[in-house]
Design a protein around this ligand. Structure first.
Ligand code: F6P
Length: 508
């Protein structure tokens, strides 16, 4: 059941007011069981919410809202392939790409299609390797880029020797992106994968054309698309086109053939392990009661920080160099899904939705924007993510990394008083701490799947559609309409754009 738009504020603001004068450190001191009771583990992933600015009564209010909104049924509907993407009349069956949990025809068919596509993908991985390819250029953007880019960057170190393939990514329409990517490569030993659900995306078609021409050999150009006809019209042989389906949203698609670059970089076994990690999280989210459901906790805390604490930003701070692209990935997953101001029923929202998500890897970020996090006027809640076991021989570095991770979450919450106002730390900065046992395909799959589920549950609480993205269309249309003017064939209708065009023409 969707909540009335003002239900969140009505239920949560009294608790926010009640807790207003009680800092996080006091909540922890008053409730010694909190560090343990506010923690959950799912397989290799541990999460601790003890340093959020909620107490048990506020949590009760949040979980009451979760019951009223029937998050349990929302989870069932997602897995079953109900058309949760109502504005586009589609299911969102990304869970069927890695799990087979739902007892519905749609979900079972989707799982079967996904399995068949994986078999074809495995054969193409073998074919690429057998062809003596050393490098693969993956061309795509948004959901057809960020997921594979994150996973390859996170995991390829551990698998590079096994696969012998290096994967490079090109997304930006700026020609410098493709120029830089191709510069160190040899066309004779390079293959290309063009990934686009629609096969109509300007950036991917332009960059794909550049890469295909540079290769000079269509036999090493592969595609992943839900629009096989368009990919074929681009000149790609049907045998080298892997499918995608309208029931997978782009930003939820790394588990499909969109993950072809992942399978090339870490091998098909590694890719299957990634799916198994996500499946582990799916099984948890599907079965766990809301009180013990990690995705429900994460979503409810997000809603608390936005609608009760009124916080307009959210940081994501991985303390692992290999996860440095996680913030970029999450920016699309979270902000493209939840950046809405209209409810599913068409009414304008009267409550705030997604905050600005941003971040970067610690400890680098401690020396860039942490000053503002510690002493700025805006409070920014943070998701910290650490990895317990290092995969390198530099033990002292890892000890220092973990010390910094623990220190920051402590300092954020507790602050430190001082007679000198410049040297005082107010503290009371909320954070969640995730710990992965180690960075493996399984733990990364579980972490990403957790965020997907949390995003969906947030959308249910807000009554919005997490699976459309009409907001990105206007800019694309205006850009297309301006192409002739930029080529010198006509003028712009908008007076400011026309002035800018004149400036560009004069200085070109
Ligand atoms: O511009 C946004 C978007 O539509 C994303 O949702 C999508 O992931 C991306 O473009 C790429 O689209 P495609 O896979 O169709 O090229």
């Amino acid at each position: 059941m969707s909540l009335p738009s003002d239900a969140l504020s009505a239920a949560l603001l009294p608790h926010a007011r009640r807790l207003g004068e009680t800092p996080i450190a006091r909540l922890i001191a008053d409730d010694p069981a909190r560090p343990r009771d506010f923690a959950l583990r799912v397989g290799p992933l541990y999460a601790n919410f003890a340093r959020q600015h909620v107490d048990r009564a506020a949590l009760d209010a949040l979980f009451d809202l979760a019951e009223t909104a029937d998050l349990g049924d929302a989870i069932r509907r997602l897995f079953a392939g109900v058309q949760v993407n109502a504005t586009e009349g589609r299911a969102a069956l990304h869970t069927a790409l890695r799990s087979d949990l739902a007892d519905s025809v749609q979900a079972r068919e989707a799982s079967a299609q996904a399995r068949a596509a994986r078999e074809r993908m495995a054969a193409l991985v073998d074919a690429v390797r057998a062809a003596g390819v050393t490098d693969v250029v993956s061309v795509g953007i948004g959901g057809s880029d960020l997921g594979p880019r994150l996973v390859v960057d996170a995991l390829h170190d551990a698998f590079a020797d096994a696969t012998g393939l290096r994967v490079h990514f090109v997304s930006n329409v700026d020609g410098n992106a493709v120029r830089r990517a191709l510069a160190p490569l040899d066309p004779a030993t390079t293959a290309a994968v063009l990934i686009s659900k629609t096969f109509g995306t300007q950036e991917t078609l332009l960059n794909g054309g550049v890469v295909r021409d540079w290769l000079g050999d269509d036999a090493r150009v592969y595609a992943v698309s839900a629009n096989v006809d368009r990919a074929a019209a681009f000149g790609i042989d049907a045998g080298r086109i892997l499918p995608m389906w309208d029931w997978v949203g782009g930003r939820y698609s790394l588990w499909s053939a969109v993950g072809f670059p992942i399978a090339l970089a870490i091998g098909m076994d590694g890719f299957e392990r990634l799916l198994a990690g996500a499946a582990l999280m799916d099984a948890h989210v599907h079965a766990a009661p809301l009180r013990g459901n990690l995705a429900a906790w994460h979503a409810l805390i997000a809603v608390w920080n936005r609608n009760a604490e009124r916080l307009a930003a959210q940081a994501v701070l991985p303390y692992d160099e290999r996860l440095r692209l996680l913030p970029n990935y999450l920016q699309q997953l979270v902000m493209e899904s939840l950046g809405k101001s209209v409810r599913l029923d068409g009414d304008l929202l009267t409550t705030d939705t997604v905050p600005v998500w941003w971040g970067g890897a610690g400890t680098d970020t401690q020396h860039s924007f942490f000053q503002a996090l510690h002493q700025g006027t805006q409070i920014v809640p943070a998701d910290f993510i650490g990895v317990i076991r290092a995969d390198h021989a530099h033990a002292a570095n890892h000890t220092a990394l973990l010390a910094n991770l623990l220190a920051q979450t402590e300092a954020f919450a507790n602050g430190r008083a001082s007679d000198d106002p410049h040297r005082a730390y107010a503290g009371d900065r909320p954070s969640t701490l995730f710990l992965l046992d180690a960075l493996t395909p399984e733990s990364l799959g579980a972490l990403i799947a957790l965020y997907e589920h949390s995003v969906y549950l947030q959308s249910v609480l807000w009554g919005i559609n997490a699976f459309d993205q009409f907001g990105v269309e206007l800019g694309k249309e205006v850009a297309n309409a301006l192409l002739p003017a930029l080529r010198g064939e006509g003028e712009a209708a908008d007076p400011v754009t026309q002035a800018l065009l004149s400036e560009i023409r004069a200085r070109a």
